[in-house]
Design a protein. Structure first.
Lengths: 174, 376
């Protein structure tokens, strides 16, 4: 194996779990998460020279992954996946309250539009600041701020679709 | 919703245990390498050719320089080609019969999976079931735009031939030959980056790629290609399920199979109506059930738990993108020792639930009960 391949394989192996979890946060589906990671690491191989030269390889890899997600590309690889690998999110079918709560959270997150969801994942899961998030998404910091606000609002609506009409209550209580 | 609560939500979600990974780094390398070669060939043209030629010449494997110092390639010569009788050309493969076989692979590498379609077939080999390192793609007759003589002629005249092969519904193949390679079974062969391509019989092409490191790749690729045989007496594909009573026009379009200890097991059937390649028909997947076998339950009411023929299943209806046709799925994680998945699209009938309930015979995990005829 060439040193390029060695480096690439070593890097991907070390970061696999992190990439998969980030992908899962983006799409809330382990099947699609693995498809996303497969597509992203293939792309990363093609651009490995550039990635290696980047200041921060992790940031480069994350950018490839997020843009793959936003591009909604699905690799032909997915067509050849066998059912051996069809696995659910952990806990599916347990019927516990915790499990239900987790499902609610995941459903709420999937209700957030993809670009806003990506913004939330980068800001609050990957812990990036506004400028770093803007770099990943290829937009301005101002756009990140507005997407964050909208994303949080969408998440709130999804979690609590029928909020108490606080305005009216204030009004009625005078 | 404030930022701390959002962080808390992601914290909760990140605690979920991740299922086993399906991501294949080896496959990413092979696919990435292929894309890289095409990009280089397209973007830099002659310099890329020169680089490939220098690398391969150093290994003594290039027989002809397409753009050498004298501008013309030399005579056709190779390593030690073995001339064998080519198989007769066929315009359509039998999707239930693998058409080609690796007779030589590097130590520790063996066939792990394959896909048999009517217009193209694919073999994957690797050190284990999860790591594909070598692949072979072959086309049926008449799927590609150039003959080997035409490619050789273009190379000799300083041209940049592009071999394009259409294989029906899938994207097909495209190769950019950069120089002549040692002949395979006496047939002209070419390097297309690291890929070795040859016209194995009239108007029918084969491509082998794999390994890593340019010199090792070239030497081994030549040897692997030389070990490919066609119309070999293959072990029959065996299926742990059988579909009965389906519309008479439905045929097996392609099969994905895996190779374990026994006979190759067909684990995915794509059905098709001959001559109507644009219509997606059902896909039926049957794997051996294991501890990790389970079904994805889509949120938002898209999935429902049901019992069909006494088997717990997850039935899912997914809306098509932008008003497109819906997808219907039935998944059974454990059905008499198998994991089953049926997927249908749009208005085709019968739909997934009906296929699972009325048309699917589950033969179980015991190979002695499997069938070579998946459409009964």
């Amino acid at each position: 194996m060439s040193s390029r391949d060695d480096e690439y394989t070593e890097y991907i192996s070390a970061r696999m779990m992190s990439l998969r979890r980030t992908a899962f946060m983006l799409c809330q589906d382990w099947h699609r998460a693995d498809d996303l990671v497969q597509a992203a690491i293939t792309r990363l191989y093609v651009h490995w020279g550039r990635a290696r030269a980047a200041d921060h390889i992790d940031a480069y890899a994350r950018t490839v992954l997020v843009r793959e997600f936003l591009g909604e590309r699905r690799s032909a690889w997915a067509r050849r996946v066998s059912l051996d690998a069809q696995v659910p999110p952990a806990g599916t079918g347990t019927g516990t309250a915790d499990h239900d709560a987790l499902l609610d959270l995941r459903a709420a997150l999937t209700a957030v539009p993809p670009r806003q969801r990506a913004t939330l994942v980068l800001r609050f899961y990957c812990d990036l600041n506004v400028e770093q998030t803007a770099q990943v998404l290829g937009c301005s910091p101002g756009t990140v701020k507005s997407q964050t606000v909208k994303g949080l609002a969408a998440l709130r609506r999804a979690l609590d679709p029928d909020p108490e009409p606080t305005g009216e209550r204030k009004h009625s209580h005078g | 919703m404030d930022e701390p609560r959002a962080r808390a939500i992601f914290g909760l979600l990140s605690d979920a245990e991740a299922p086993p990974s399906r991501v294949d780094v080896g496959l990413a390398r092979i696919t990435g390498r292929r894309r890289l070669r095409r990009r280089r060939a397209v973007l830099s043209g002659t310099p890329a050719v020169a680089v490939a030629v220098v690398a391969l010449s150093a290994s003594g494997l290039i027989a002809v320089l397409p753009h050498g110092p004298h501008g013309r390639p030399g005579p056709h010569q190779g390593g030690h080609p073995v001339t064998v009788t080519p198989p007769p050309a066929t315009r359509s493969f039998d999707p239930l019969v693998p058409y080609a076989e690796f007779r030589w692979l590097p130590k520790g590498v063996s066939l792990i999976a394959g896909t048999t379609g009517r217009l193209s077939q694919h073999l994957a080999a690797g050190p284990n079931a999860h790591r594909a390192m070598w692949s072979l793609d072959i086309t049926a007759e008449g799927r590609c735009n150039l003959s080997s003589d035409q490619i050789l002629r273009q190379l000799r005249h300083g041209g940049h031939p592009v071999l394009r092969c259409s294989t029906g519904r899938s994207a097909g193949f495209q190769f950019t030959p950069t120089g002549q390679a040692p002949s395979v079974h006496g047939h002209l062969a070419f390097w297309a980056g690291h890929e070795l391509i040859w016209e194995y019989t009239r108007d029918s092409w084969a491509a082998v790629v794999g390994g890593s490191g340019p010199h090792l790749d070239a030497a081994r690729t030549v040897k692997v290609a030389g070990g490919v045989i066609f119309r070999a007496p293959q072990p029959t594909l065996m299926f742990p399920i059988q579909l009965t009573g389906l519309p008479a026009s439905w045929r097996v379009g392609s099969v994905h199979y895996v190779v374990g200890a026994g006979a190759p097991r067909g684990n995915q059937l794509d059905l098709a109506v001959p001559g109507e390649q644009g219509i997606p028909l059902p896909t039926v997947t049957a794997a051996l059930a294991g501890r990790g076998s389970s079904c994805y339950f889509y949120p938002g009411g898209q999935s429902q738990h049901r019992i069909i023929n006494g088997i717990p299943v997850v039935v899912t209806r997914l809306s098509g993108p932008r008003g497109g046709q819906d997808t219907f799925q039935v998944c059974a994680a454990h059905a008499h020792g198998l994991s089953l998945f049926v997927s249908t699209y749009g208005n085709e009938s019968p739909r997934a639930v009906s296929i699972f309930r009325d048309h699917l015979r589950i033969l179980g995990p015991d190979p002695s009960r499997w069938t070579a005829n998946p459409l009964g």
